[in-house]
Design a binder for this molecule. Structure first.
Ligand code: CTP
Length: 408
């Protein structure tokens, strides 16, 4: 199912060069399954035409409170009555100032004021020059609109259309889309701190070589994203992977299993949930050479000695907070066969209430997976789906387990 299926979004554009990004944003909303009603201020229409927005949204675009196409001639009332959300992107300094004062002298500002405030959330994606952004008046207005219930998104930093560089760029359309998707997710983990490990580890042999594995980190990153969407504070401890950090997630990059253990132990006292998805190397070379190991001409490979890495999951599960389930520990198992038997045995060996089994070769590097949730009562399957959908289901399941306070 598409992330925004069945949602009706009113997309408002106020004036700013960032209007060009709103065309893409509209397209992304539609692609995600939403129906989109576009409203443009007069200033917005100086930057991009209603023709483009109508073509992309496939609905008539409104720009004036006097537009007679609305049967009762009250566009400012009618447009939000069926809406699930109003997103203003870009939200100019001028529009934010108007909203802060309840001014309503054009369709866009009127519509924001006239929306049913308890039923239709308002999200603002500001965009402006860095001096306008930093100005105390703008910052004051932003605080006021947030106090009045609007969700104010951050801004990007970088080159601006005016040639200056700094804070004030509108977030990218994909980032705004993620914020909108997250807004609709029930906040079942609000107040919880979720700690996630993801990806492989890299165990150095010398400065240019090491031992690693094929874990892509995708499942762990999807879980971190799903936990944030569900309202948790999330720390993601990531081995060497090439993935973007999900919005709102605090990421700590590590290399080796020992680095990962350090980073995890650093956060373990504040976390309530620990989800270990990382494919931690079981062994590391005893002593990594600080110089590149050269061939010596004998044809003999160098003798490498290995030592076992600490089991991060088992260590946390056996800590006092793990044992009391103040820290709810969840393990993953990548198996090649006999999934249920192996996963149940691993769950008991690690001492965790919940272990998620999957068939490693079927999922490494893929965007989809199938999961088997194994607890003391048995097993439940989450059938093949995208890793993000599975992560959301898993997070919802974990939230129920935590709130029930039962070890399952
Ligand atoms: N894990 C960990 N630290 C390790 C090894 C594993 O935290 N040093 C965690 C993984 O993140 C995963 C779970 O333990 O959640 C299972 O790891 P896996 O490597 O599949 O299990 P092993 O105990 O190594 O068993 P085996 O290799 O025999 O299958």
């Amino acid at each position: 199912m598409k992330d925004l299926a069945g949602k009706h979004i009113v997309l408002g554009l106020s004036g700013g060069v960032a209007c060009y990004k709103s065309a893409e944003l509209c397209r992304l909303f539609v692609k995600a399954g939403a129906s989109v009603q576009v409203v443009m201020s007069a200033a917005a229409q100086q930057f991009i035409t209603p023709v483009t927005m109508q073509a992309l949204s496939q609905h008539t675009v409104y720009g004036s409170q006097w537009d007679a196409r609305v049967p009762n001639n009250m566009a400012h009332i009618q447009l939000t009555r069926q809406a699930d959300l109003c997103v203003i992107a870009p939200a100019s300094a001028d529009l934010i100032a108007k909203l802060a004062h309840g001014m309503a002298d054009d369709l866009l500002s009127l519509m924001c004021l006239a929306r049913p405030i308890d039923r239709v959330p308002l999200m603002l994606a500001p965009a402006m020059n860095k001096e306008m952004w930093q100005h105390p008046a703008t910052q004051r207005n932003l605080k006021q609109v947030a106090l009045d219930g609007a969700q104010v998104l951050g801004v990007g930093c970088g080159e601006q259309a005016c040639g200056e560089s700094g804070d004030g760029r509108m977030l990218e359309p994909a980032e705004i889309l993620d914020e909108v998707i997250a807004m609709f997710v029930p906040k079942v983990l609000k107040g919880q701190h979720v700690l996630v490990t993801a990806g492989p580890t890299f165990e150095a042999i010398d400065p240019v070589r090491g031992i690693t594995n094929l874990s892509s980190g995708k499942m762990g990153f999807a879980i971190a994203r799903a936990a944030t969407e569900a309202g948790a504070t999330v720390t993601l401890v990531a081995g060497p992977v090439n993935l973007p950090t999900p919005r709102g997630v605090h990421r700590v990059d590590v290399k080796s299993a020992l680095n990962m253990l350090d980073a995890v132990e650093n956060k373990a006292s504040v976390a309530n949930v620990f989800i270990a998805t990382a494919a931690v190397a079981d062994w590391r070379p005893v002593n990594a050479s600080d110089r590149k190991i050269k061939k010596d001409g004998s044809g003999q490979p160098p003798a490498l000695a290995f030592v076992e890495n600490p089991d991060i999951l088992a260590r946390l599960a056996q800590s006092p907070r793990g044992l009391s389930q103040e820290l709810y520990c969840v393990g993953f198992a990548a198996e090649s066969h006999d999934l249920l038997v192996n996963a149940q045995a691993k769950r008991l060996r690690k001492g965790v209430p919940l272990l998620i089994g999957n068939i490693g070769p079927d999922t490494f590097g893929q965007d989809d997976n199938a999961l088997l949730l194994v607890d003391e009562t048995g097993a439940r399957e989450l059938s093949r789906d995208t890793k993000l959908s599975l992560a959301r289901k898993l997070i919802a399941d974990i939230a129920i387990r935590i709130s029930a306070g039962v070890q399952k």
